[in-house]
Design a binder for this molecule. Sequence first.
Ligand SMILES: [Zn+2]
Length: 419
Amino acid sequence: MAGSAADRQQILDWIETDRNELVRFLSRFVQARSPSPPGDTRKAARHVATFLKANRLPHRIVAPQKTMPNVVGSFAGAKPGRHLVLNGHLDVFPADESDSRWPHRPWSGAIADGKVWGRGSVDMKCGLTALVWTYRYLHRLRKTLKGRLSLTAVSDEETFGPWGADYLLERHPELRGDCCLSAEPSTPSAIRFGEKGVLWLEFAIVTDGADGGYVHRSESASKLAMALARDLEAVTRLRPKLPAKLAAVLKRNAAAIDAAQGKGAARIAGQVTLNIGFVHSGAAINILPGDARLGVDIRLPPGIGRAEILETVHRILARHPQASMREVKYNPPSWSDPEGEMLRLIQANVGALGGGVPKAILGVGGTDTRLWRYRKVPAYVYGPPPIGLGSHSEHVRIETFLHVVRTHALSAYDYLSRG
Ligand SMILES: [Zn+2]
């Protein structure tokens, strides 16, 4: 703990007083629909900007793409010090409105049973609300703070697109800061200090094709695609050289990794995995297909990189002369110190708030925090449990939501009250 006990209590009192307003902010944030694709976040950005404006908090809009604005705010404390950046995304997964299994309509932001419901309630409008309000509370305390606090509410995260955090960090290097705090879903018992990387490859297979009865005339592109997909499993047998400190944390916190991301997550956290995201081939049952396409999603832990994966892939490709490959995307794996300062501040605060001390875990999915880590800035993720992501039951418990608000506000305060 750092700073004054009175300030810390003041923050908790404000949150208690604002409880209903916080919940209403989140509910309306969900109503400001921002599914990606297509990724039009103007309503959600307006929701945040209107709030910042009403509370006279410094901010501006950075919109390299008209439909994908980023809301950026920054203010200095009274004394020099370190720069903390609060980062969250405005876009959310799409929602199938015709799916009758939604207990409340996906864009309703319904407040019911002590929960806020709807697409984006968890990923990550709950967390971004916590960051926006942290920005508000710490602005009130700025005379007691050191350094600088920035808020980046970005677009274009869900598809790893170029117009959000990536754009900001390239064009506005002053937003890199000294530490990044995100409120993506982690689960209250876990803090994400790193995440696996992504290598997306697309394969095209071309043969002559023929009538389905004339199998002697051409090789089948669909069968070749299936054989190729099977052979590509070889990448999952590559053994990453996990850094010793990371390997120790993965082992020690295996139960927490499973609890946060589903049973089995700890097993694959340190391994290369492969998913065939799509297989396109064939027009009709009686035609021997002359082309096929495979979308391959490889996830890699720290300790292995693109070059090693591609070496294996090229060796496999040599056995499939009808196939060609295109690299779609590569995001290297990234991790910050699993005992870093911000992580320890979050642990201390959650412990003091009466939760168990959250464990350091590696994420098996991707977030924008990698972009800070690529630039040598430590980045940590603490947020609600990932309930109903991509499905019809996305919701966050109001008590969990308020816990995330408290944790972020206190941890950001602690970081900026220190040297
Ligand atoms: Zn997210």
